[in-house]
Design a protein around this ligand. Sequence first.
Ligand code: S6P
Ligand code: ZN
Length: 187
Amino acid sequence: MDEKGLVCGLDFDTGILTNYTDKIERRLKDMKGFFLDEEGADEEVLIYEVFAVSAPKEEGQLSYATTIIYPGKIGQEFFMTKGHYHRKEGAAEVYVCLGGKGILLIQTKDGKVSHIEMEKGTVGYVPPHHAHRTVNVGKDNFVFLAVYPSDAGHDYGEIEEKGFSKIVVEEDSVVDGGVKIKDRPKD
Ligand code: S6P
Ligand code: ZN
């Protein structure tokens, strides 16, 4: 980011934003309970990274971030983000896929899930009041840019407790690349 916060570079190959202001690394150990079957998985494995250019958390300001989700699975579930509602529930968001193959899950407050298949050039819209999670269902890094109100915030609590109503898994029996979106089993 330049000194006035007006310009930043984006490496389209890696997804890294030059001069990012915040970086998050999420390993399995940072996501306890988000995957259904962690048994035997390496808790140090790097699931995803986020590079954010954060403007002041004021009404009217926009921030943006790239997320790089690495390929892999924990149990049958593909590597994915934690997923969240925005703390400011009326805040929407735009996702632009820069590379790889992913699924954007979008869930209403009462648990109805829609999904968008993301590949390079797909633009997805997350409406206000919806939880959102991204999943890498490909063999390469899944990379996307998100643009959101700076004061949107993250509310992970409900997802941490209940998950999404749908999970994204690999099943050998499925013809189309083995990717299946199915109901989350009841505890
Ligand atoms: C922020 C936006 C993304 C995510 C990022 C990681 O509103 O939706 O930048 O923060 O993809 O996901 P999560 O669920 O761990 O914050
Ligand atoms: Zn968000």
